[in-house]
Design a protein around this ligand. Structure first.
Ligand SMILES: [Zn+2]
Length: 264
């Protein structure tokens, strides 16, 4: 579950990131009553199997089964929580239109939340690896080992977000960053999950990789926002064409807005 907001006295609208149907918004009736049949299963970051049926405007949630309990571990620690919020927020923005299938993004999101919940490795490394992989999935992966402009093989020393990543000495635009040796390799290792390599990086290399990753993501998200028609997010999806149900949804975070569902 990604996000929720109140609807009337007792209901909530919940946004899920689902594998089969991408972003899905649906109504949880009575969820704010103390004896709701959904109990705590629709808390933020929850990874759930959700069933819906079509309502007049939004689908209505009929059943929720927890798939695992990592949401408890995430909300129990502020550092985990804020990092997980960043994961969900990015996942929601990269998922694009509602109902566009998002299998890969869903898998990456669940994997990142699990790794955070279990403190499997440094939080920032988990986040950076997720961001790079999610950008790769969206077609925004920065060039790292070849020049973004002329494709000449590296290693290259300059990095320019608008140019698309690493740039050679001939192509580098004014204002390109010059990260330390090893930083672009570290980013490549993060994207590939080569943790043995990643763990050899110095704190300075990690900080630079974090900065370049965030800058690259930010640039693409802002460009995407400028090109998205404002109206798009408001349009209610058609409920008529869809079969009546089933998706396993993962609920993720409130405030961050991504829950994931998969077809059971
Ligand atoms: Zn070049």
């Amino acid at each position: 579950m990604l996000r929720q907001h109140k609807l009337g006295e007792a209901d909530r609208i919940i946004t899920f990131l689902t594998a089969e149907h991408g972003l899905v918004r649906a109504v949880a009736k009575g969820v704010r009553r103390t004896r709701s049949k959904f109990g705590a299963r629709l808390e933020p970051f929850a990874h759930v199997d959700v069933h819906f049926y079509p309502g007049r405007n939004l689908d209505v949630i009929t059943q929720v089964h927890s798939l695992n309990a990592f949401s408890d571990l995430i909300v129990a620690d502020y550092g985990r929580y804020t990092t997980a919020c960043a994961v969900l927020e990015t996942a929601e923005r990269l998922a694009g239109e509602e109902r566009a299938p998002a299998q890969h993004l869903h898998r990456l999101t669940v994997g990142a939340l699990e790794a955070l919940a279990e403190d499997r490795r440094d939080r920032q490394l988990i986040l950076d690896a997720f961001l790079l992989r999610a950008m790769s999935s969206a077609g925004w992966m920065p060039a790292l080992s070849v020049c973004a402009r002329c494709a000449s093989p590296g290693p290259h020393r300059a990095f320019h977000v608008a140019a698309g990543g690493a740039v050679c000495v001939h192509c580098r635009p004014a204002g390109a960053a010059t990260p330390s040796v090893g930083v672009l390799d570290l980013m490549e290792a993060l994207a590939r999950g080569e943790w043995d390599h990643v763990l050899l990086a110095t704190p300075s290399q990690r900080r630079q990789a974090t900065g370049l990753t965030a800058a690259h993501l930010q640039w693409h998200l802002e460009r995407q926002l400028r090109t998205l028609p404002l109206i798009e997010r408001q349009a209610p999806h058609s409920l008529i064409e869809r079969p009546a149900s089933e998706g396993a949804a993962r609920t993720d975070v409130p405030g961050a807005g991504v829950a994931v569902t998969e077809t059971a």
